[in-house]
Design a protein around this ligand. Sequence first.
Ligand SMILES: [Zn+2]
Length: 532
Amino acid sequence: MSITLYNTATRRKEAFAPLDPDNVRMYLCGPTVYDRAHLGNARPVLVFDVLSRLLRHEYGADHVTYVRNFTDVDDKINATALARKAAGAEGTLEDLVQERTDETIAWYHADMDALGAMRPDHEPRATQYIAQMVAMIEDLIVKGFAYEKDGHVLFRVRAYEAYGALSGRSVDDMIAGARVEVAPYKEDPMDFVLWKPSDDALPGWASPWGRGRPGWHIECSAMAYELLGDTFDIHGGGNDLTFPHHENEIAQSRCAGHGFARVWMHNEMLQVEGKKMSKSLGNFFTVRDLLDQGVPGEVIRLVMLSTHYRKPMDWTEKKRVEAEATLRKWADIVGDTRSGDLSTDVLEALSDDLNTPLALTHMHRMAAERDAPGLSSALTLMGINLNASDKPDAEPALRDWSAKLAAVRQDAMQSKDFSALDALKAALVDAGVEVRMSKTGVELVPASGFDPAKLDALQCPALASPSSTPRSATGSSPRVCNSQPPKSTSLPKRSTRLASTISRGAGRGRTRPTVRSSTHRPRRAPRSRPLA
Ligand SMILES: [Zn+2]
């Protein structure tokens, strides 16, 4: 089915045609990791998670590369670390920065996992790509698009004629908007920082311009180039990033000679009860606040997806209550039904610029028609996992099978015999497990109809004790048995459990039983070069 997407750069919906259908490439600007993700931060994650699922459905699970960065060099992070040091925390400033960013990334993963968001194929941290940023900045200086002054390197905005095209602003309008900082080291107030000096009290890296740290914008240009190549398909983010962040990314990358992103997608912002979320209004909360209050992750996901991504999303208590009732109803209808054929209506809706509210309308109709298999498969495509709240015991079993599947897959890649891999995947799907495979790893998630008894039934000689079965030393594919019908179901019906979980409001400390075995693997070895 053809996909159309609204492109901010052209201001119209366009038929999506990837550069390489075997490797559809997408970049999303990720969080600055200094604190818990607030609810608004979750919106782009969920929007682009659905897009990633749709692309994987259309082009194949292994034919999409999704990158979302972590900004782990930032003045807010430094301020947090300095405050901890001042409060007597032990370790160097670098240690405290690392501690803070590691801790925040772990929170972020736990919170986004709870919302059912698949982790991207690559989650680069800015601090791992300093050398690439320095190389790009040097190149921009050589080409005349950047200059050094007093330890700073600045991008010469007026040297790039198309600056402002994405957001539809002229340079002079932007200056009039007073969103630019005037500084003595700037040739022009519009020029933005590529590199800035660090004193001894701040984290810094050696560079041709002295010890310093990169500006924010250059990191996305450098990491996208490193992981997705010169030109890639989709770049996403919240629409608050259009200017200056995305304008600056485009300027840097185009002036460095890269094609950069072809389709730009921006989600609208989130409000709470009709008002902008802000600490001063007292309506500011994090994803974890909601989870800890007992709002299941799938409820947050359903509420978010009930509004089209290009419209402002209003989080209301009424919507939360309605979403809980909907999920209870759907859980009752789906029961243990396995996925059937995916509804063309749902697929068409998502393929039309990710029309999630229309897809949900179709799902309500399917529920009214008691189309359990259709509803189940639509829920899977939308990433709504009715089991997410009530399967703490799924995790150990799936972790074992995830490791086993990864091993079988590696053998298959080497031997080019995929029969054992296909058989194992089919057996897992038959046991109600959603199998997600990407270039960097495999992930198993309990889907509608997850049945641990069927997993047990997979324990025939070739697959016994998955965690203890070593990979075939010879590299040949291990044998795979067909699954046997379960003799009994060891868990109560999921629908009952979801309903009771929601009505109790229990949710503290729950995490979605997601298992993954992915590692960060850059497409190319990072270029190593001396910084000094
Ligand atoms: Zn970015």
